[in-house]
Design a protein around this ligand. Sequence first.
Ligand SMILES: Cc1cc2nc3c(=O)[nH]c(=O)nc-3n(C[C@H](O)[C@H](O)[C@H](O)COP(=O)(O)O)c2cc1C
Length: 148
Amino acid sequence: MKKFLILYISRTGKTKQMAQWIAEGIRFAGHQADAMPLPKFKDVSALAGYDGVLLGSPTYHKDMLPAFKNWLFKAQRAGLEGKAGGAFGSHTHSGEAPVILHETMEHVFKMNMLDLGPLKMEERVVDTDDGMRACQQFGKSVAERAGA
Ligand SMILES: Cc1cc2nc3c(=O)[nH]c(=O)nc-3n(C[C@H](O)[C@H](O)[C@H](O)COP(=O)(O)O)c2cc1C
């Protein structure tokens, strides 16, 4: 059984809902998934204990939320290289945040990212069966990327 960490920020609950369904997908595949709001995860050295890390931010003003940017600087030297990764987030019309997260995780942290790219989801889809299934499948795909 592999261990996955899902960290997210969410103002109105949409990206949080995505995180919960992604965690379900990982658990359905037989693995452990811890999902928590980013501000609760203070000690980046704990990242070393995970086989895969997934990061989720909604898009505000065509960007991720500022707290996420600060956290990424802290995570830079946390040994994420080679770990399976996925980026996700809810949006209404442009959805830049998960794309920026995915690129940072791939090119700066050198993580083993999903070929299918980030999971950008319009918020009107999040609370539907299709949204739930897409998130669960995304979690399962990241677990497979970790060799699980
Ligand atoms: C002030 C404001 C700015 C926003 N800017 C964007 C944006 O640039 N691009 C976009 O796709 N969505 C934008 N949104 C929509 C949010 O990304 C969307 O409501 C999202 O589902 C919120 O996710 P959350 O509930 O996880 O916070 C904006 C929303 C607000 C209130």
